[in-house]
Design a protein around this ligand. Structure first.
Ligand SMILES: [Zn+2]
Length: 82
């Protein structure tokens, strides 16, 4: 069964990501400064937080993102408990 996060990744419409989704879904660790972030909605996890472009992480790595989908779901369920 696909999780919501997997569905979102498969749709491939990911442009803005938060820091943790960027690290989990991108091709590489982010280079550069926090200044590139602004507040908005992450295209992966849907949280309203500091976001930046997925290209800052070398673009979306779909295989890695799918492999990490559960970690993102776990992050969300933790967030919802708080
Ligand atoms: Zn996110």
């Amino acid at each position: 069964m696909m999780t919501n996060i997997e569905k979102i990744i498969k749709q491939g419409k990911i442009h803005w990501v938060c820091g943790s989704c960027g690290e989990l879904c991108g091709n590489k660790h982010r280079l550069g400064h926090m200044a590139t972030f602004h507040i908005g909605v992450c295209d992966v996890c849907g949280l309203s937080t500091a976001i930046t472009e997925i290209r800052d992480y070398g673009g979306l790595n779909e295989r890695r993102a799918i492999a990490n989908a559960q970690s993102i779901e776990d992050k969300l369920s933790k967030f919802n408990e708080e």
